[in-house]
Design a protein around this ligand. Sequence first.
Ligand code: ADP
Ligand code: MG
Ligand code: ZN
Length: 204
Amino acid sequence: MIRQNPGGGWLEVICGPMFSGKSEEMIRRLRRAEIAGQRVVIFKPRIDDRYDSADIVSHAGARMPGVAVANVSELAARAQGFDVVGIDEVQFFPAEIVAAALALADARIRVVAAGLDRDFRRLPFGPMPELLAHAELVDKLQAVCHRCGGPATTTQRLVDGHPAPYSGETIVVGANEQYEARCRDCHEAGEGLTSLALSRPSGD
Ligand code: ADP
Ligand code: MG
Ligand code: ZN
């Protein structure tokens, strides 16, 4: 895949479940931009401290220096002066990230945003629907289902080996829990789920 933005800004979104290679793909694209002599930076929300406080690290160990930001305004301020701005784990940012990403793209910056399109309940995750709608380019990656080896499109959260209850917090960093990539057939709904169609909060 060749990604170029001759002279103009735009928004690219890389999405998919956990382990689908979003961070790897982000690193690959930004390395290429660096090779092309562009000024490149990757941000991530400070909430994600699984591996390192600042570096972008993939599950397979690929790594690129990153900048952890506390909020969207810090990201917008620190993005100035770059040609390419990566945002990893973008699903954790609040709704304001959408306007900020579009403002950067309008300012002729290439914005590459990577994040989970859906949470462990399989519901759209935070700002992702809006980002996906606005993006010029979208890639939806698949992982390998931990159960059957097929293409995995969902993220399964397990607590003590059992599907996490539907009422659980969406974001739990550092808790005693485990995540697996699962296909539609192998995904197990947690206790409390009645219907995906009925479960979205109104007005969302
Ligand atoms: P993401 O950012 O989408 O969570 P990463 O880029 O961090 O994904 O990690 C992708 C890498 O994870 C793969 O290249 C592979 O080496 C490893 N991996 C581990 N488990 C799986 C899985 N179930 N499916 C696909 N890749 C996996
Ligand atoms: Mg990642
Ligand atoms: Zn499966």
